[in-house]
Design a protein around this ligand. Structure first.
Ligand SMILES: C[C@H](N)C(=O)N[C@@H](Cc1c[nH]cn1)C(=O)O
Ligand SMILES: [Zn+2]
Ligand SMILES: [Zn+2]
Length: 481
């Protein structure tokens, strides 16, 4: 099956040095979507992709999305759409990825410069965006190049959609996808969708992923004094926003991960016996978790509880406080205005608006109980829905064959604790099956300090993406295709 794959694999190995250079150039562009001052870099990253895709002979368009809602002085970064091949006799696969990254500063605790790809003696390639999501996005480009240089016919028509706001709620993308999925739109011809933007459960075994949690992201702003104050002069005389905020944040979740907001637990779909029986078969150990955590500070004692906590139950994380004193030293300041940030990862059957109502009511009641003269504003910054699909589709069968061919083991079927807000939009707008096909491993530290992608995952992952397209081309037209 898929007889030309060996030539393709050989060419990927042969080109591996230039693929790493491609990633090095991408990591060097600090395309942080959350930072207004970096918006030009996000645009520069889109231009880099356009130029690479044009060199590969793809048809490419950079589509503007207009001003950013709520920050009208800022233009949203463009969506890059591209097409490689348009043969009526081939299947058409739509792939999505994002070229923006999470913020990163060397002072956060990085061992190397975050925007310089640094490869250590174990072939770990450190750099912001290496695994999330520049490596996987470039994997598709690498795959095109290796086919060309190996003289192997590209097995499908490839449609690409690369966005620059995923780490900031995929602003503007839902409407774009809905429009382009309609008759005559750029994505109209898609037979299935593939997204490479999540991670293996461990470090050795590949995964195919059929579920994601959603994410509702909140801000709680508390303000009182007209400006920051001297705590010696005003401490005891002024009501302090930081005191109010920390008390509110402390009442959201307990040490064991239980969400303390009334009504949240009741929204979660009950666990069935059938679902419960799935977890024991997954190749995962508590040691895998400890390795990813870099510690033994887990909430749960067993792998089943841990996987369920990550995939099928909600979690609440407190992320930070804007306006609070956070530098080294001992500044005796009373901050005048502070904004706490927290998010809830949502699961079936939690609806975005219902969760919002419960959160707002909880925070407002908690603030009222404090009897403070300060003022409160609570809002949802962005929200994306959870997604669970059927893995019994030719799209998944093809990916499973590809994973086994490249890595020599059948992949695990997993869900993912993170969120990719547009996944459900692609599914609903195109009416086609969506597969998540991760490249990176559980130790990659996406969003954290020292994010990395192992050379093996990048190069074998490029083989995986290409092999998947070959097996897609061979799959019979069943299961709604
Ligand atoms: C899984 C994916 N690579 C990812 O990191 N997604 C982000 C998206 C996000 C940001 N805010 C809300 N969702 C994530 O899961 O945090
Ligand atoms: Zn991310
Ligand atoms: Zn991502």
């Amino acid at each position: 099956m898929a007889p030309q794959l060996d030539s393709y694999f050989k060419q990927v190995d042969h080109l591996s040095g230039s693929f790493i250079e491609r990633l090095r150039k991408a990591v060097a562009i600090p395309s942080v979507s959350a930072d207004e001052d970096r918006r030009q870099d996000v645009v520069r990253m889109s231009e880099y992709l356009v130029s690479e895709l044009k060199t590969l002979g793809a048809h490419v368009e950079s589509r503007p999305l207009g001003p950013q809602p709520g920050k009208e002085h800022l233009q949203l970064p463009p969506v890059i759409v591209a097409r490689y091949g348009s043969s009526p006799s081939k299947r058409t696969i739509l792939v999505y990825g994002h070229y923006d990254v999470q913020p990163a500063l060397k002072d956060d605790g990085w061992a190397t410069e975050p925007f310089e790809l640094t490869i250590d003696d174990k072939d770990r390639m450190y750099g912001r965006g290496s695994t999330d999501d520049k490596g996987p996005v470039l994997g598709w480009l690498n795959s095109i190049q290796a086919h060309q240089e190996a003289g192997v016919e590209f097995p499908v028509n490839l449609l690409m959609c690369f966005e620059g706001m995923e780490e900031s709620g995929s602003e503007g993308l839902d409407e774009f996808i809905e429009k382009e999925a309609k008759k005559g739109g750029f994505f109209d011809a898609a037979d299935a969708v593939c997204i490479s933007d999540n991670y293996w459960l461990g470090t050795e075994k590949p995964c195919l992923t059929y579920g994601l949690r959603g994410c509702n992201y909140y801000s709680v702003e508390i303000k009182g004094p007209g400006q920051d104050l001297h705590s010696g002069v005003f401490g005891g005389a002024a009501q302090e926003p930081m005191t109010d905020l920390t008390r509110i944040l402390a009442g959201l979740v307990d040490t064991h991960g239980t969400i303390l907001i009334l009504g949240i637990a009741a929204l979660v779909a009950p666990l069935t016996d059938e679902e419960q029986s799935l977890y024991g078969h997954i190749s995962y150990t508590m040691d895998n978790l400890y390795e990813s955590l870099g510690s033994h500070t887990s909430v749960h004692a067993t792998k089943e509880q841990t996987l369920m906590a990550r995939w099928r139950y909600p979690s609440l994380s407190v992320h930070g406080i804007e306006g609070a004193f956070s530098a080294p030293g001992a500044k005796t300041v009373i901050p005048a205005k502070v904004t706490g940030k927290f998010s809830i990862r949502t699961v079936p059957d939690m609806e975005i608006e219902h969760v919002n109502r419960l959160v707002f009511a909880h925070v407002e009641k908690a603030f009222e109980k404090l009897g403070s003269k300060n003022s409160l504003r609570v809002s949802c910054q962005h929200a994306g829905k959870w997604w669970v699909a059927s893995p019994k589709h030719w799209n998944f069968t093809a990916a499973a064959k590809a994973a086994e061919r490249v890595f020599g083991v059948p992949p695990d079927l997993t869900r993912e604790g993170g969120s990719i807000p547009v996944t459900i939009t692609f599914e609903q707008a195109t009416g086609k099956n969506v597969l998540l096909l991760p490249m990176g491993s559980s130790t990659d530290a996406a969003h954290s300090v020292n994010e990395k992608l192992d050379r093996r995952n990048y190069i074998e992952g490029t083989k995986l993406l290409g092999a998947y397209l070959h097996y897609v081309a061979e799959e019979p037209m069943t299961n709604g295709a």
